[in-house]
Design a protein around this ligand. Sequence first.
Ligand code: ADP
Ligand code: MG
Length: 310
Amino acid sequence: MKRAICLIIVFLLLSGCAAKDTTFNHTFFCMDTMMDFRIWGSDSTDAANEMADMLEAMEEDWSASSDTSLLAALNDGTADLTEEQEALIARVEALSQRTGGAFDPRLYAVTELWGFPTDDFRIPSQEEIDAALLEQRWDLGAALKGYAGERCIQIMEQYDVERALLDLGGNIQTYGSKPDGSPWNIGIRSPFDSGTIGTISITGTMSIVTSGDYQRYFELDGQRYYHILDPKTGRPADSGLSSVTVICEDGLTADVLSTALFVMGLEEGTAFYQESDDFEAVFILTTGEVYATEGLTLTGCTFQVIPHEN
Ligand code: ADP
Ligand code: MG
């Protein structure tokens, strides 16, 4: 009898869980990358579908390679932007200024010259680079996935979604908290192999974005040329870093700053961190050394702490 009651309780618990804790996994290709969504909550499927539609529309609007996108119209000075789109551009401009131009949203002609959008790689001459820098053509490639993470949160807030772990092609967006209050554990990829160098613990809704020299590159005569460019030179940023991960509540800021800090390097990036109070970061040097800002919980590797006070 006791055993039967136990079995009934177990059954009720399991069926109760299944009804309440509906998980939905969705893997799809968008914005030139694989996206992988894990969503918990009774509306998880509907929310995932709306997010996928939104991402597709966003990709179309802000495509740098299309002649008919909104971004193309922005380059021509003929764009008719909605209030939301205007706000995005204004935020991007303000963030670019905040980084002292290390993040430059108008490098598309230079990026194209190196062949990164089409995998048609080549090393351009200095004259070609100088001319392309003057073109000032828009490219939101270093910011859009972070912004997309923010928009995903706005969508999930309108549905019965308890929590979510969204991987937008290496940009991680957490949403909500686990029922037992335990943190999200996010692995930081090693730039040197396919493993992870450590794990950071994240509580609640947060954006975790990495820019690295291993994400898109080509090699020639033993030299690696990667897709993050120093706007001052128009060449791959040679800052001594292999990757930077930024953790920030604001998705767009996280994405912009991961690119900008990669361009700045450890020293300038440390000074930038000490002047700021809205993000944490992990810097991985080309030597393999790891530096993490003091507000982070990083485990699984040895690292030096970057204090917030100088
Ligand atoms: P990913 O998009 O691969 O995750 P990033 O967010 O760092 O990595 O964005 C890199 C892309 O941003 C490049 O492919 C290029 O289109 C553009 N880009 C390159 N250098 C810069 C820069 N200094 N500022 C802004 N955008 C850049
Ligand atoms: Mg970025």
